[in-house]
Design a protein around this ligand. Sequence first.
Ligand code: ATR
Length: 285
Amino acid sequence: MERSPRIDGHTLLAGVIGWPVAHSRSPLMHNFWLDQCGINGAYVPLPVAPGAFDVAVRGLQAAGFRGVNVTIPHKESAYRIVEEHGLLDRSARRSGSVNTLVFAPDGRIEGYSTDGDGFVANVEAHGISVTGGRALLLGAGGAARAIAASLLDRGVEVVVANRTRARADALAASLAGITVVDWAGAGAVLPSCMFLVNTTSIGMDGGANAVFPLDLARASAGLVVCDIVYVPRQTGLLRQAASYGLPTVDGLGMLIHQAGLGFEKWFGATPDIGPAVEALLDADL
Ligand code: ATR
């Protein structure tokens, strides 16, 4: 990607804090959008070791950054710093995590979670409306909670199954409206579902977990099968769904949509979430 050589006193700055962070695709996306929108800005990877998060955030704020994305292992620290000194958006409170910080002009730090809304926006970008029905959500980690919160907000009934049942129970206890089923019995729920969402890491990087341990033979006709894993884009789950003729939504679009929500907050412009940025990322996977 060609970058404008001009970085000057007017350049708007944002970045992603993580440890490690070199693998992040966020700089690629955001700098592409900055160029596309003609904005004098730059988005940089910010490797920040555990323990240095607070001082890094304060430093970036003092240096005039617009804000940052926050990734592993700092999402809990981000939640805490905003809870103590800033303004937690409803999306952050509901999902219990923060992946986007905005340094507001009044000195406050705003915290958002864009994962759940990014997920829903991506499904809707496939022409599928998310306004009701029932979803079977596999997994009970941070991504599951963010997605569950956004689905519940749109009137979707959420059923969670997780390999470790206690984590699913804890998730249900923290968000009203979730029911839990055993991992082994999850398939029995499928005939009544409109959506199946994999938030586990099964299928990631191909390999031993490439075969999904759930048989879609009993799925309802038209079940929308979504995977948040995007390496590879065609996971074992999505291949199985396609073999039954079920509509599928892969994880790359969620990555792009959740990033777009942050871009809008920092730079005040709506990025083009179209095939160009998708092709850019696809070529880099
Ligand atoms: P994230 O915050 O990205 O959701 P996480 O908190 O590490 O990540 O959660 C990973 C999820 O993938 C968990 O639900 C995990 O199940 P456990 O709670 O039982 O660990 C699930 N997971 C990972 N590998 C799995 C596997 N091989 N089979 C089933 N579930 C798996």
